[in-house]
Design a protein around this ligand. Structure first.
Ligand code: AP5
Ligand code: MG
Length: 217
């Protein structure tokens, strides 16, 4: 089961990926989490990426494609995976097509979580994250459910980075959706209900109960 979660910053990709990971027992590949782990570890890539993430901009396509190539080639992806945060540009989507073909894989479903910009701004300004395992939580959550860590605000959820993140998403990432719509793989979900309601719809879509869209809405 190879799944791709698509949506704006704050649309709930990480939240639903956690549910899917527990449900199907397949890895969650989140390029933002991978970059933050590099930053935390102080690697050369982390030092390069830190100011880019803090400003809400995108890391170069070449770097991101290399990261995903090496991650998807690992054996734990053999039974399936949940991709979150990649591809974010049309060149990344084209490179992923080539990589999937090379590895003999294909996506079973692209889940598009559709959330209006006002809701995104509200969610991102209140989001808390676990600095140890990167799970995300709504405002006023006391501690990480998985490891008890004290939750923190993500650097790019500060107001000065949130607008640029949404602007670059609209400019560079919205065209990626059409790339997948052509293949009839996209299930579009209104991402505004409760987390549990959205999870039910995501599972229904994965099980083929939500029709796919071929045209731009
Ligand atoms: P990344 O980490 O991927 O960030 P993002 O795409 O901006 O998405 P978020 O993680 O902010 O949101 P989400 O959709 O996961 O929402 P969440 O579930 O947390 O990337 C970070 C940065 O890395 C990028 O800006 C870029 O610099 C770089 N990068 C990464 N990949 C790259 C690539 N491919 N190319 C170039 N650069 C790349 O939910 C948000 C909040 O809402 C939480 O508080 C959650 O509890 C809450 N929530 C979730 N669902 C609901 C609901 N149904 N109702 C109410 N609240 C909800
Ligand atoms: Mg996320």
């Amino acid at each position: 089961m190879n799944l791709l979660l698509y949506g704006a910053p704050g649309s709930g990709k990480g939240t639903q990926a956690n549910m899917l990971r527990s449900h199907f027992g397949i890895p969650h590949i989140a390029t933002g989490d991978m970059l933050r782990a590099e930053i935390q570890a102080g690697t050369e890539l982390g030092r390069k990426a830190q100011p880019i993430l803090a400003a809400g901009q995108y890391v170069s396509d070449g770097i991101m494609i290399d990261i995903v190539r090496s991650r998807l080639s690992r054996p734990d992806c053999a039974p399936g995976f949940i991709m979150d945060g990649f591809p974010r540009t049309v060149p990344q989507a084209e490179a992923l097509d080539d990589l999937m073909a090379e590895l003999g894989k294909r996506f079973d479903r692209v889940i598009y979580l559709q959330v209006p910009v006002d809701d995104l701004l509200h969610r991102l300004s209140g989001r808390l994250v676990c600095p140890a395992c990167q799970r995300t939580y709504p405002p006023a959550t006391a501690a990480c459910e998985a490891d008890g860590s004290t939750l923190v605000q993500r650097e790019d959820d500060k107001p000065e980075a949130v607008r640029p993140r949404i602007e670059i998403y609209l400019d560079k990432t919205v065209p990626v959706l059409d790339h997948y719509r052509g293949g009839g793989l996209v299930s579009e979900i209104d991402g505004r209900g409760t987390i549990e309601e959205i999870s039910r719809q995501v599972l229904a879509a994965v099980n083929g109960k939500i029709p796919v869209k071929k045209q731009t809405a």
